[in-house]
Design a protein around this ligand. Structure first.
Ligand SMILES: [Zn+2]
Length: 255
């Protein structure tokens, strides 16, 4: 059985003491590919060195995270675009709008998202979208690019079934992780409503660990727990859901 963690921040300090062991645990549990979303200009270095250390396992992305969008966002994005020209990335991410932590920079967040989506289209890369309490805002920006071949994933999806259907209708995938194992997350019904052909597995580690590790540090090997839950929901065996989500991920990220 082979799985892909399509969203892990394994270059963060939370893994400084045992990163090698953590990656080994993932690979030996069948989680053979790990995709690394970027945060800001400061995380590019650590992310690229992780991608280099675990070649063939880790694949980096480039982008400015919405919670890092401040007054200097244009100069940050320009630097990230320079880096994009010098390195190989599998996606533009993570990008989006986050109104949960801070609404001060909504205008800048929207502009940063627009600019990075056009960059993704120009570079023929999918986007990895972070949307927190901002679905209408994100959706309206993405709609501006309709018909331009934009693809991507709505990561750590936390919206309604209706939102999920809109995402899929736009040709996007849904990134599903630890919250699928939480009681009352509603993600079981949402997953069934959109179908497994639109689902990617992700941890968002070190965040959002699945039950029974909820609240603890998350890591890529726990993708197996989420896959098990997904199999239960779809009445399939774990090998089947692993194979389908693996294929979905390879297709979107061209890996
Ligand atoms: Zn993330």
């Amino acid at each position: 059985m082979q799985l892909i963690d399509t969203h892990t921040h394994l270059y963060l300090p939370e893994f400084d003491t045992d990163r090698d062991e953590m990656v080994n645990r993932a690979v030996s549990s069948g989680v053979v590919k790990l995709l690394l979303p970027n945060i800001d200009i400061h995380s590019v270095g650590p992310m690229l060195s992780a991608a280099d250390r675990y070649k063939g396992v880790c694949y980096p992305m480039i982008g400015l995270h919405p919670t890092s969008v401040k007054e200097d966002y244009i100069s940050q994005i320009e630097k990230l675009e320079v880096s994009a020209a010098e390195n190989k990335f599998v996606a533009v991410g993570e990008i989006g709008i986050d109104l949960y932590w801070d609404k001060t920079h909504l205008k800048e967040q929207r502009e940063a998202l627009r600019r990075q989506v056009s960059f993704a289209i120009k570079s023929d890369l999918p986007v990895v979208i972070h949307s927190r309490e901002s679905f209408p805002e994100v959706f309206s920006v993405l709609k501006e690019f309709k018909g331009q071949g934009l693809t991507g994933v709505m990561h750590a999806f936390s919206g309604s079934t209706e939102d999920a259907k809109k995402v899929v209708g736009m040709g996007f995938m849904l990134g599903i992780g630890g919250p699928l194992t939480f009681k009352n997350s509603g993600l079981d019904k949402i997953s069934q409503a959109i179908g497994i052909e639109h689902i990617l597995l992700e941890t968002d580690s070190p965040y959002l660990a699945p039950v029974p590790y909820r609240g603890k540090r998350n890591e890529s090997s726990y993708i197996c727990i989420v896959n098990k839950k997904l199999a239960e929901i779809f009445g399939m065996n774990e090998e089947e859901t692993a194979a389908i989500t693996f294929e979905n991920s390879c297709r979107l990220f061209k890996i």
